[in-house]
Write a new protein. Structure first.
Lengths: 445, 308
């Protein structure tokens, strides 16, 4: 699944590859791909329009980074923009006020409120607070019972709600009870409801009025589609949400609803649910979410890492050498070290654009860390002259190098063969791809 | 099914829409009013409306292209004709999926209900039980969701409401053991229908999906031909992920029917247009609320009507 999406998104990359810079003329195709990727990820149609407009503006006005080709640069802009819209940093619950602090969970039916209540209780308990659970869903069969069971699983007290009572009264009463009994955080589990159910939406407003919660969290399913904006708008309009809990993130939904909800409410996503167990609650990372929605986290990591590890001067120097066919074992060595700095081989192979799908065949072909070390040892056992001109490496020199590096002559031979292949590949790249093609791929083997 | 005319179905959906008028976008509204001539703008608004109904950008584009061709041939004089044409196209696509669930001998007729978490499996079972009881069938509900807290109690409430028999084990016990006991009991007692409730599971979790496969196998070993129906419940609020859900559940459990819930909200469930391209199961029911009688047979024309 993930590889599929990665490949699909690489259409964006291809459209820009080989272009000198990002321009009005060549960006349209890439933007269309972004638009489709976002829609397929369930980002709301109108939000997609805003996002792509912002991306376009950024991309056209941007200084081209020398270490990145235009396609990679474009992806970086997309990712940065999405991350920004997702809210920058992770945000916490507001627990500063005098206890008991009421926290209200609201949302559609089946979005995961009750489970999230249990998870938050456990989370708060780990933070040395004393949480109190309040079932305020008197409508759904056995909803009160469900929270009671969860509470007993984690040893957290649950208010004994009267199923015949008004939920507003239950909440008011429960907060008083918490105050009297020394619980400092009160988690109110409200019934799932449709955002267009005016009577039940009014009930939420009355609960808010009665207990003045410090946080009102909308619990939303990561699988939600286009309707997420309508839901979020209605709940936000009625209650002024302070945050979002995004549930069922352990599935394969791309979770575009996160961006939609964020866009219409401005409220931060405070937690994500990643499983049915009560400890399966995580803080929200906007940049990871951006990657997930785009279905291309791996490429982005490569781009970022490439940015860190290849500075512009080095890149130009390498390019010059390529043009003059002066690529030596010293350069090869440098490339290997760079590759190593960027991460493990398998991880890296997965990150190279266009290789997502071919990852399985390539895995065996990649040198592992031990092999990399031996390769480096071989190169280090050569004289400077040998490294610069492999042609001088006759049989006796090879034997000496093998001895010096603690390897075998066969291994030395293999390395030299690999180097020649890399050399040939680089030449091909620098001829086919024009000016920028050679500098973005780390070469090895 | 009980005496709910498709009229009341319409009015319910329309009522739902009415309440959210202010939430709808202006251009979509213009189409809804069906005024004016067709032009490129109207066509792209229609495409937008389909995307907003979760039909997917690709499918929306396909429909828009077909309509554009008709328009160029002069077949669509105004927006009203355009809307009617799109509705007809969608209704025709979905018409073959209007196959109601026929609970028939040899009894017990076994229905296994599956789906991801929170889509409405248990509620749908409660409603189905009520409908079948109304048709005079003795029904048994099997509490094979042994995982979620108080899931058994939830189903018990529905069994009582509908007047259905009930088979349960301890919380945490083996789901296929519950299913096995349930079909056995039904066979012994001459019960007509067994509805097996299962724990919600994300389709990406292979071990949990294998567990479903096992339930299918065990039930089939006990009663030849069972389960007679594997009903996959989809939530209309879900977007494109429903496609992956449908494909994977089909692979593991051989889905033979779909139920689309929560159509009483503002979500349109347009993703079923894509789902039915991927799997050939009919849509048996739609869910339009939380009460016992908020279940309807799927009606392609009514669905298309409410879609945009
Ligand atoms: N509005 C609405 N809510 C529904 C519908 N079907 C189920 N629900 C609600 O969705 C929530 C989850 O339903 P449940 O049957 O427990 O889902 P399960 O986890 O799949 O068994 C409950 O609050 C139900 O009342 C429907 O058609 N419309
Ligand atoms: Mg259930």
């Amino acid at each position: 699944m993930f590889e599929n999406l990665t490949e699909k998104f690489q259409g964006v990359v291809k459209a820009l590859r080989g272009q000198g810079r990002i321009s009005e003329g060549n960006i349209e195709g890439a933007l269309r791909e972004v638009r489709l990727a976002l829609l397929e990820a369930d980002v709301n149609y109108n939000v997609v329009k805003d996002v792509t407009a912002a991306i376009k503006e950024k991309a056209l006005g941007a200084e081209v980074l020398a270490s990145l080709s235009p396609d990679q640069h474009f992806i970086k802009i997309v990712h940065d923009e999405m991350t920004k819209m997702m809210g920058g940093e992770a945000q916490e619950l507001d627990l500063a006020r005098r206890p008991p602090v009421p926290i209200m969970l609201v949302g559609l039916q089946g979005s995961g409120k009750t489970t999230s209540c249990g998870k938050l209780a456990l989370y708060l308990q780990k933070k040395k607070r004393s949480p109190f659970l309040v079932p305020a869903d008197v409508y759904r069969p056995a909803a009160i019972e469900q929270l009671k069971v969860l509470g007993s699983q984690i040893g957290i007290p649950v208010f004994d709600s009267n199923p015949g009572a008004d939920p507003v009264e239950i909440c008011r009463e429960a907060v008083r009870f918490a105050d009297r009994n020394g619980y400092d955080t009160v988690l109110l589990d409200t019934a799932g409801r449709l955002h267009i159910d005016e009577k039940l939406m009014e009930e939420l407003r009355r609960i808010k009025e009665a207990v003045d919660p410090s946080d009102i969290l909308l619990v939303a399913d990561a699988m939600t589609g286009q309707d997420a904006v309508n839901v979020a708008k209605a709940f936000h309009g009625k209650l002024s949400l302070s945050g979002i809990v995004l549930t069922k993130m352990d599935g394969d939904a791309r979770g575009g609803a996160a961006l939609s909800i964020r866009a219409v409410t401005g409220a931060p996503i405070k937690f994500v649910g990643v499983g049915e167990k009560l400890d399966a609650l995580e803080p929200f990372y906007p940049d990871r979410m951006a990657s997930r929605i785009l279905g291309m986290g791996d490429i982005l990591t490569l781009v970022e890492k490439a940015q860190e590890t290849i500075d512009e001067k080095q890149a130009r120097e390498l390019e010059r050498k390529l043009r003059k066919s002066q690529f030596t074992l010293e350069d090869f060595r440098e490339q290997l070290l760079r590759v190593r700095k960027m991460g493990s081989m398998e991880e890296l192979l997965g990150m190279i654009p266009g290789m997502g799908g071919k990852l399985k065949d390539l895995k065996g072909a990649a040198p592992d860390e031990a092999e990399l070390k031996r390769t480096l040892a071989i190169i280090d056992s050569m004289t400077r002259e040998e490294r610069r001109n492999v042609k001088v490496l006759n049989g006796s020199r090879r034997k000496r190098i093998a001895l010096g590096s603690g390897t075998t002559v066969q291994e030395v031979n293999r390395l030299l063969k690999n180097f020649q292949q890399a050399e040939a590949m680089i030449k091909r790249f620098s001829q086919a791809g024009g000016r920028k093609a050679g500098r973005n791929l780390p070469f090895f083997r | 099914m009980t005496d709910h005319s498709s009229d009341s179905f319409f009015s319910r959906l329309k009522a739902g829409l009415g309440k959210t008028r202010e939430l709808l976008f202006m251009n979509v509204e213009a189409i809804a009013r069906g005024i004016g001539p067709v032009d490129e703008k109207v066509l792209s608004d229609l495409e937008e409306a389909l995307i907003l109904a979760d039909a997917g950008a690709g499918l929306a584009h396909e429909y828009a292209e077909q309509l554009r061709a008709k328009w160029r041939r002069g077949e669509l004089p105004d927006v009203e004709a355009l809307r009617a044409a799109l509705r007809r196209m969608i209704a025709e696509t979905l018409a073959p999926r209007m196959v109601p669930l026929a609970v028939a001998p040899p009894y017990p007729f076994v229905v296994l209900v599956v789906g991801v978490n929170g889509v409405g499996k248990t509620t749908t079972i409660g409603k189905m039980a009520h409908w079948l009881r109304g048709e005079g069938h003795p029904v048994l509900l099997a509490a094979a969701d042994t995982f979620r807290a108080a899931a058994i109690e939830q189903l018990k409430v529905w069994a009582d409401r509908a007047g259905a028999e009930f088979v349960r084990h301890q919380e945490g016990s083996d789901a296929s053991a519950v299913a096995f006991d349930a079909v056995r009991a039904a066979a012994a007692r001459g019960t007509h229908a067994v509805l097996i409730d299962t724990a919600g599971r994300l389709h990406t979790k292979a071990p949990l999906m294998e567990e479903m496969r096992k339930v299918v196998r065990i039930v089939g070993r006990e009663i030849p031909g069972a389960p007679h129906e594997v009903l996959l419940v989809l939530d209309a609020t879900n977007g494109r992920n429903a496609i992956a859900q449908a494909k994977t559940f089909r692979e593991f459990t051989g889905v033979t029917g779909l139920a689309l819930t929560k159509l009483d909200g503002t979500a349109k469930g347009g993703v079923v247009l894509s789902v039915t391209r991927e799997i050939d199961a009919p849509i048996r029911f739609i869910g339009v609320g939380e009460s016992v009688d908020d279940l309807r047979p799927f009606d392609a024309a009514a669905f298309a009507e409410a879609l945009f």
